[in-house]
Ligand binder design. Sequence first.
Ligand code: CLF
Ligand code: SF4
Length: 494
Amino acid sequence: MVQTTSKLATQPQSALNSTPSLKSGSKKKASSGGCGCSSSGQEQQDETILKRIEKHPCYSEEAHHHYARMHVAVAPACNIQCNYCNRKYDCANESRPGVVSELLTPEEAAHKVLVIAGKIPQMTVLGIAGPGDPLANPKQTFRTFELIADKAPDIKLCLSSNGLMLPEHVDKIKELNVDHVTLTINMVDPEIGTKIYPWVRYNRKRFKGLDAAKILHERQMESLDALREADILCKVNSVMIPGINDEHLVEVNKVIRSKGAFLHNIMPLISAPEHGTYFGLTGQRGPKPKELKALQDKCSGNMKMMRHCRQCRADAVGLLGEDRSQEFTKEKFLEMSPEYNLEKRQEVHTGIQKFQEELRKAKAKQATPKTAANTPKIMVAVATKGNKLVNQHFGHAKEFQIYEVDGTEVKFVGHRKVDHYCQSGYGEEATLDNIIKSIADCKGVLASKIGHCPQDELRKAGIEPFEAYDVIDKVALDFYQQYLEKNALVEVGI
Ligand code: CLF
Ligand code: SF4
């Protein structure tokens, strides 16, 4: 076992909350364009887009380690029926099924945002994602955005919709400066749509079967066009439903790409009888992590894939991997005073940016480990509280981030939710079994501390425990080197 600690890793919180000590004198690397020209229009465009997403934890994988989002549940109604939703719970197009959020008025929502903007200055994005469809509730949705844009101008506004009513509202969305819109598109073939959507309400009429799916499909395609024309960044969520649209999502990916979508988020169907949904009651299964990854890999050559989605609730608060919504229930936040302070927030964001710069420099300095010619790709599970660091005890992790490592590159590929092992100071055997099952495809688990008992059990399952407190990339590469040596894949002296 190796214990590593760098200067960078010892000061993440100070870097977030005060002016960091390292100078940021390095020149920005030109992004790699195919022609090698450093000032092409394409590069300028890339830079502009990077600027637009750099603080959005869903649109930028990098940002999700440092910045938080919050949702306000102001939109109860919906205009379609999805077979994975029973309308008692939050919209399953952006949420984990089975969750009920507290409904707010736009004024209550604005108060909540101003409270949280002060308490969690890393919160940079306000999303409206339910509990129904935001654009089936345009009055509440737009009133909330207006109030926030007026009182908290540095908070980015984000919207998620099934797309049925988006073409009518795209001008208003643009006018309010909502720069990020998510559409949930599960099919581009209405025949497949009939297996997902039993009905759609459009122009005050309810349509069923193929008619319903055709209307939804046409409106979703119009929505993609409208968002592209309005230069609004569009992410597409697709729910992967094995046996229904799993193979078809490759076609969906091609179509949305051709229509200018920026990012594709293929999410697993979560289906259980207790959710009372059609799919839950008929035994429709969700995909296994391996199946989901295989599909994401298949689509990744075509466009940017989102792999860090946490299927959050309609009143989610915090970093994507944490849920702080219970700290801000209606009862609690109505008693709190708004502490929004633009200057303080900007100070914290500058601290985060400097810390990110330090991380980039540390990564650039890092020597590439010695590797043999055909080194294998392996997966590792990481316990982290954020900041892109291995900085959490194994027993405290409620999820593990999963990285693919090949000796030179450390790539985030997903996460696995678990019950944390350490309950009131004691390890739970059954919980450990479940954790081991959920990370069974990983060769190592990286955490700041791992108890003796779980270490033994992890080893028995072929998962090597590795203790460190440092930048994830560095620890993963250190582990990889040890893994290769142990498996005699490195030729001595090369
Ligand atoms: Fe919310 Fe969605 Fe905006 Fe993000 S969530 S409205 S784009 S601010 Fe993000 Fe949550 Fe996944 Fe959605 S992790 S469910 S993708
Ligand atoms: Fe449920 Fe969302 Fe589908 Fe409406 S769009 S039925 S709220 S999952």
